[in-house]
Design a protein around this ligand. Structure first.
Ligand SMILES: [Zn+2]
Length: 381
């Protein structure tokens, strides 16, 4: 998947703030003629503005005008859909949240959910014109369709097409982890990294590869499905019957089941984390193995991708924080002795950030549509 040069310029200005033409050229590896050619339609359109004297480049002895995004140029709505609620945000081009909303979903019937989402999106955007809507849903998503979602118990639902028809704006539907990675790329821990891998550790385990600000979906939309990779030949068993897979060791669901079955401890994930902070006995083996399994995944991602950074997020980050020294030590031990250093960041997860991610996925598509001023016809997806 290639990212257009125009999209890279927009992405750079949105994520990192104002820059001179010279800076853009150096950072993006483009000639000044290319930068000027690509910027002209964006300035004419009103999405990029020239800030005179903002950041003078004295090296050439005359002011170099700085270029900045006009954050009020347009806005986007992002929605994170869970099994019983939908969280929506209205964001401007700089990712500033202008409004938030949360609605309950009384059931998961398609017609009910789509009606509620359409109403929520109209409300949160205050009936103003928006450039796009992004929806983040757990499960497999392709071309605007929710192919399969365990959380919503949906199969083959044309969520993007139906919402687009109801709202008359481009609707982008994303897997929620991919949407979260998009938010990390634009405004979060991935900001400033040309490439990073987001590894999400929660009730499930997933990963997402981001290159040049764009999520790499894979040839079949399945890139990053790392949850069932084997870690050991024995050990706990996941819901799919795998012995010693990553999910069996490190997902919150399997950790809690292991505690119940092996130690007769029936507790929630928050309680487990609280106890881990105080020092677990004798079930600390469960926490140690979970941390070790994540370290395996992180070092494998580094070995395959060699990214600028790895961002680990999800509920499970709290467990990694408790055992951070051990975790970082293991990642180091599993890595190639000669590999370049790669920063590993731990980032907690919040619902608004998931919704921002969905908005970022819509924004990413919008920047892609700005290719050389061409009008790109949007299709849901
Ligand atoms: Zn498994």
């Amino acid at each position: 998947m290639s990212t257009s040069k125009t999209s890279r310029i927009l992405h750079r200005l949105i994520a990192m703030g104002p820059a001179t033409r010279g800076q853009l050229g150096t950072e993006l590896g483009m000639s000044s003629a290319t930068i000027t050619r690509l910027l002209t339609p964006l300035i004419r359109l009103g999405v990029v503005q020239i800030l005179e004297g903002f950041n003078e480049d004295y090296t050439i002895g005359k002011p170099a005008y700085s270029l900045a995004i006009v954050s009020s140029f347009t806005a986007f709505v992002g929605v994170k859909v869970t099994d019983d609620a939908a969280f929506a945000v209205l964001v401007d081009l700089n990712g500033t949240i202008l409004r938030k909303s949360q609605v309950r979903l009384p059931n998961d019937a398609e017609d009910v959910v789509i009606d509620i989402l359409a109403r929520q999106i109209r409300d949160v955007s205050m009936q103003c014109a928006i450039a796009g809507v992004g929806i983040g849903v757990g499960g497999k998503v392709m071309d605007g369709h929710v192919v399969a979602s365990g959380i919503l118990r949906w199969n083959a639902v044309d969520l993007g097409g139906r919402l687009q028809e109801a709202l008359d704006v481009p609707v982008t539907v994303s897997n929620d982890v991919n949407a979260f990675a998009q938010a990390a790329a634009w405004w979060g821990a991935g900001r400033g990294a040309d490439s990073f891998v987001l590894i999400s550790i929660g009730s499930g385990i997933g990963a997402c590869i981001v290159q040049g600000g764009s999520v790499m979906p894979g040839e079949h939309g399945s890139a990053g499905m790392i949850g069932h990779l084997p870690i050991t030949k024995d050990g706990p068993i996941c819901e799919s019957g795998h012995v010693g897979c990553a999910r069996a060791y490190a997902s919150s669901t399997c950790i809690l089941r292991n505690l119940r079955e092996r130690y007769g401890i029936d507790e929630g994930y928050d309680d487990f984390i609280d106890r881990a902070k105080r020092g677990l006995e004798p079930e600390s083996g469960i926490a140690d193995s979970a941390v070790d399994a994540v370290a395996h995944l992180v070092s494998a991602a580094i070995a395959f991708i060699d990214p600028d950074a790895i961002v680990v997020s999800g509920d499970g980050v709290r467990l990694l924080e408790v055992f951070e020294d051990e975790f970082r030590g293991q990642v180091k031990a599993y890595r190639h002795w000669n590999g370049a250093p790669v920063e590993v960041k731990l980032q907690e997860m919040q619902f608004t950030f998931w919704a921002e991610g969905a908005a970022a996925a819509s924004m990413e598509r919008w920047t892609q549509s700005k290719i050389d001023g061409k009008n790109v016809t949007y299709a849901a997806g």
